[in-house]
Design a protein around this ligand. Structure first.
Ligand SMILES: [Cu+2]
Length: 156
């Protein structure tokens, strides 16, 4: 009786340890975005909440999130020119960012965190901000391409 009980307890401890390890691995992926000429590669990145994103080869570039095209409560990124950037994204949502000096050349990208509710409505609302704020016009093409990319992946 005691023996069976301790065996069950031992099995439970092992199971909990394995679950904890799996959970940790599943929750903390690392992603890399590389600046190549005046493009971020990949342009669209799909991640899970809690994942880390590293921007590399950033000589001459920076990362600036666009306030009107970020989920509410996102901590703004506006990095130093030329510096590699690391950020952890905890909340679901769609984040549009640009390279400030190359925004005119449409150097920007979009990060989709998790499975935000009604992504199509989010893209529509971001596009609608362009009617009042023309400074983000280079985002138009990015948002349209993202919509196609999400459709092709069955995410819209
Ligand atoms: Cu740039």
């Amino acid at each position: 009786m005691t023996n069976t009980f301790s065996r069950i307890r031992f099995a439970t401890v092992i199971l909990l340890a394995v679950t904890a390890l799996w959970g940790k691995a599943a929750l903390s992926a690392d992603h890399t975005i590389t600046a190549v000429a005046v493009k971020f590669k990949p342009m669209f990145l799909y991640i899970e909440p809690g994942d880390t994103v590293n921007w590399e080869s950033m000589t001459g570039h920076n990362v600036e999130t666009i306030d009107l095209m970020s989920p509410e409560g996102l901590e703004k990124i506006n990095s130093e020119l030329g510096a590699n950037v690391t950020a952890v994204f905890e909340s679901e949502g769609i984040i549009v960012y640009k390279c400030t000096p190359h925004w005119g050349a449409r150097m920007g990208g979009i990060i989709v965190v998790g499975k935000p509710e009604d992504p199509s409505a989010i893209l529509d609302s971001y596009l609608a901000t362009l009617e009042t704020d023309r400074s983000n016009l280079p985002a138009k093409g990015l948002l349209k391409k993202l919509r196609k990319d999400m459709e092709s992946k069955g995410l819209l």
